[in-house]
Design a protein around this ligand. Structure first.
Ligand code: NAD
Ligand code: ZN
Length: 296
């Protein structure tokens, strides 16, 4: 395993405890080999690093969370690019295909209808709840999310403090006039490949942003604004590969803020972060919130 780790990451792993870079290393990425010994070493390391990041959260002036699909896997919603990700089984249907091809529209709706009940019924997990506790304690200002599942709002963070960069799967919208429909309303009508808008005849689609679809202007502007305003950005469960969203940590860094990444595998932007916490998001965020709030 160690042989497969990129050089840059190896250098970072070797610098554990020696500077600004703080790492919580999963056993399979450690240079030590003996995972039992490593586990023992990491337990105290983990506590130290959580303690340190919790202090920074407590003293931060403007903490913003930036979340991806990985924060919701513990609620039973699969991610796209993780080890069990959806893209291992099927490829995404881009907007151009949806618009051009009735078969693509039909398949798009088939997938959406199949996965909707799981997303509708999912409940926030410890990771969402920990962020909600930080918000309620006045320690978290905004959540910028790439997720479409509405779980941050379900966990108690007000709608106006959640920036949904990729839209929402909780309702349906007309692609032309943007009229909104509930899932029930959209599926009430008889349709061949795709339900259509009763106001303008446009195609209806869950209000999520497909690949190739324009980003929502207001949310994108707000996301970059909040990212730039953050003195600490807590990235959770994202591969940081989907742009333009993935440029938000850079916006924090450019304006002098610090970046912490909580993810169960390394990301392509780990070099940007001052804190890297490898592991399950729920457990790590739960411990961070507990420490940060109890230090208040
Ligand atoms: P992604 O699927 O590209 O990456 C998720 C990352 O989280 C992976 O690195 C994975 O290893 C990690 N991860 C998974 N479970 C974890 C856990 N319990 N603890 C810590 N890390 C964990 O996700 P992305 O970067 O958000 O990009 C995918 C796109 O897919 C986004 O645009 C998003 O809109 C969409 N999406 C959303 C949902 C959702 O709303 N829940 C689900 C799937 C995809
Ligand atoms: Zn319409």
């Amino acid at each position: 395993m160690w042989g497969q780790v990129p050089q840059q990451l190896k250098a970072k792993l070797r610098s554990i405890g020696s500077g600004l870079i703080h790492l919580l290393v999963p056993p399979y990425l450690t240079p030590f080999g003996e995972s039992e010994i490593v586990e023992v070493m990491l337990t105290s390391k983990l506590q130290d690093k959580i303690e340190e990041l919790a202090s920074l959260i407590r003293s931060s002036r403007y903490l913003v969370a930036f979340t991806g699909a990985g924060i919701s896997t513990e609620s039973g919603i699969p991610d796209f690019r993780g080890p069990q990700g959806i893209w291992k089984k099927m490829s995404p249907i881009e907007l151009s295909e949806f618009l051009a091809d009735p078969a693509a529209r039909k398949e798009y709706w088939r997938r959406k209808i199949e996965s909707y009940p799981q997303m509708r019924d999912a409940q926030p997990n410890e990771g969402h709840r920990a962020l909600a506790r930080l918000y309620q304690a006045g320690l978290l200002q905004t959540v910028i999310t790439q997720n479409i599942d509405g779980l941050h709002q379900k966990s108690g963070i007000p709608d106006d403090r959640v920036i949904e960069l990729h839209g929402s799967n909780t309702y349906i919208a007309c692609l032309d006039c943007r009229k909104r429909f509930s899932w029930e309303e959209a599926l009430e009508q008889e349709y061949d490949d795709c339900p259509s808008c009763d106001a303008c005849g446009g195609w209806l689609k869950p209000a999520t942003i497909s690949f190739g679809q324009a980003m929502p202007e207001e949310q994108t502007r707000a996301g970059f604004h909040e990212g730039g305003r953050a003195d600490l950005l807590l990235v959770v469960g994202s591969t940081l590969q989907v742009y333009p969203a993935a440029a938000i940590p850079q916006a924090t860094g450019d304006s002098g803020g610090k970046v912490a990444i909580v993810n169960n595998v390394p990301t392509v932007q780990d070099m940007l972060a001052q804190f890297l916490l490898f592991g399950p998001a729920g457990e790590i965020l739960g411990a961070l919130a507990e420490r940060a709030i109890s230090q208040k």
